[in-house]
Design a binder for this molecule. Structure first.
Ligand SMILES: [Zn+2]
Length: 157
């Protein structure tokens, strides 16, 4: 089974970034109208993720696979999504992760990029760049924080 693909509504930017780091294809636009997001979900066979009950209801009537989230907590949202989309455990693996900015695929770089600050160059050996926007990624403390969060979420699945 191929992994689920998502489109998140414009209120769910933080959640979209988390899903992308976790390797899920998640489209997100900071401004998109309800008709467009429903059409995109339908055309591309994506699961629509929203907190908007009206939008969820409308999409379900059109047979669009929809997950209607409640509350503000990203942890709760990720648990809810895993249960509805059949994700047994979340994994953080840099190959397969997506660009948090644009949803592009990340490729490991075969050189140390000139663009990064000197103290990073001295301490980091692996870099990834986004195939679409060129943004450069490396493993830093934010990954360790994320590992803790994902560990807590996986324990709830
Ligand atoms: Zn990108």
């Amino acid at each position: 089974m191929s992994p689920p693909r998502f489109v998140a509504d414009s209120m769910l930017g933080t959640l979209s970034k988390k899903l992308r780091i976790l390797g899920f294809d998640c489209k997100y636009f900071s401004a998109i109208c309800d008709d467009d997001i429903a059409l995109l979900a339908k055309d591309e066979g994506r699961i629509l993720v929203t907190r908007d009950r009206q939008l969820a209801l409308r999409c379900k009537k059109q047979n669009i696979n929809t997950i209607c989230l409640v509350g503000e907590s990203v942890s709760d949202h990720l648990v809810h999504i895993a249960k509805e989309a059949g994700i047994t455990q979340y994994q953080i693996s840099t190959p397969g992760a997506r660009c948090t900015t644009c949803n592009g695929m990340l490729n490991e770089m075969d050189r140390i990029p000139d663009e990064v600050p000197p103290w990073i160059k001295q301490n980091v050996k692996q870099f990834w760049s986004c195939a679409d926007c060129g943004h450069i990624y490396w493993q830093g403390t934010h990954i360790r924080n994320l590992e803790r969060l994902i560990g807590e979420i996986n324990a709830r699945l």
